[in-house]
Design a protein around this ligand. Structure first.
Ligand SMILES: *Cc1c(COP(=O)(O)O)cnc(C)c1O
Length: 365
């Protein structure tokens, strides 16, 4: 078994689509070559379809999902601005850190890991926040946080959401939900390797981009001229050409399949996995009704492990003997839960069957 055989069922990256790998191999163009610019424009158009928005400012930030998170905060937060942030896992916690470094007065709304954040609690947390931020799909816990009620009642606040793990795997409706700022990542349900962070900003939020963000690299005032400047485009930084080919191809695969068909595929794989695990006697970690199909969290069945075999040994055996990667728990749940991703190209019935079979063999000792 070589690394090329890996089935990537960790929390990310997933296995890329074959079309994506092929796109990587295309000849590199100059970043202001009209052919490349047209591909970049088309990538923005495809992203609007996937994000379900008309936002003109929709493009891939050069950097991984965390660069999208940073861009989403540094362009809108000035020292002292109140930012309400929902925290029920690692990524909500990371948002607090990023916002605080930009000078925000962070108002944290915590919920227990494994449970969802009640939208009303975010709305009640402060009378007049500049931003309300929440993670749509918490990859550290496998929980979906609901967004639509926030958009309906946000008032003057900007609604900022992390959809790194949701886009492509479960419905995301930026315009219908009233989302102002959203970012994603390529390596979760989009079936593309890590390296870009699709970002979308509503026209109302564009009006509120601050004049001089703390970050030069992520300053949307400058990047917007590059990505939406038409014939007046000017150099800001060199776009990662091959990654943009890859994202363009991955979005093409997703749109050819159809967003709804992709959601159905993720849901049916997630349901099959979760049912199979429950039948094997596992306990689900994420709250019923808010479980993500693309990221399943199960409580490690400590009492069922063969003598002398720890949870990390099980993951090592899955990887070494079966070529299957799954993820361990984070933070206080390290060693206590497993995180199993079925994202993008990895969300296939055969992968579910293989994992259930392999786990059965390992637990039988
Ligand atoms: C993976 C992830 C991120 C961070 O993305 P990187 O590509 O690792 O920088 C942010 N938010 C969520 C919800 C994620 O799952």
């Amino acid at each position: 078994m070589t690394h090329s055989d890996r089935i990537l069922m960790g929390p990310g990256p997933c296995n890329p689509y074959p079309e994506v790998i092929e796109a990587f191999g295309r000849p590199v163009l100059g970043h202001l070559d009209p052919e490349f610019i047209s591909l970049l424009d088309d990538t923005g158009e495809r992203l609007r379809q996937v994000f379900r928005t008309d936002n003109p400012l929709t493009f891939p930030v050069s950097g991984t999902g965390s660069a999208g998170m940073e861009a989403a905060f540094v362009n809108f937060v000035e020292p002292g601005d109140v930012v309400v942030i929902g925290v029920n896992g690692v990524f909500g916690g990371r948002m607090c850190d990023v916002a605080a470094r930009a000078g925000a007065e962070v108002v944290r709304v915590d919920a227990a890991w494994g449970t969802a954040i009640e939208p009303q609690q975010l709305l009640d947390a402060h009378p007049d926040p500049k931003i309300i931020a929440v993670v749509h799909a918490e990859t550290s816990t496998g929980v979906r946080n609901d967004i639509a009620d926030l958009g309906a009642a946000k008032g003057d606040a900007l609604l900022l959401i992390d959809c790194v793990t949701s886009v492509g795997g479960i419905p995301v409706e930026l315009d219908e939900w009233g989302v102002d700022i959203a970012y994603s990542g390529t390596q979760k349900c989009l079936g593309v390797p890590p390296g870009l962070a699709p970002l979308s900003v509503s026209p109302a939020a564009v009006e509120r981009i601050i004049e001089r963000p703390q970050s030069w690299y992520l300053d949307l005032n400058m990047i917007a001229r590059y990505v939406t400047g038409g014939s007046a485009r000017a150099y800001h930084h060199t776009a990662p050409i091959s990654m943009i080919y890859a994202l363009h191809a991955g979005l093409g695969v997703l749109l050819d399949e159809g967003l709804v068909a992709s959601f159905v595929r993720h849901q049916s794989c997630g349901d099959t996995l979760q049912t199979g695990l429950v039948e094997m006697g596992f306990e689900m970690f994420a709250e019923q009704g808010h479980q993500l199909p693309q990221l399943t969290t199960v409580v490690v069945p400590t009492d069922r492990l063969p003598a002398g075999v720890g949870e990390a040994d099980v993951r090592r055996q899955l990887l070494g003997h079966y070529g299957i990667e799954i993820g361990g728990g984070l933070g206080e749940f390290a060693g206590k839960v497993w995180r199993i991703g079925l994202m993008g190209h990895t969300a296939r019935r055969r992968n579910v069957t293989l994992l259930l079979g392999a786990l059965g063999e390992i637990l039988a000792g």
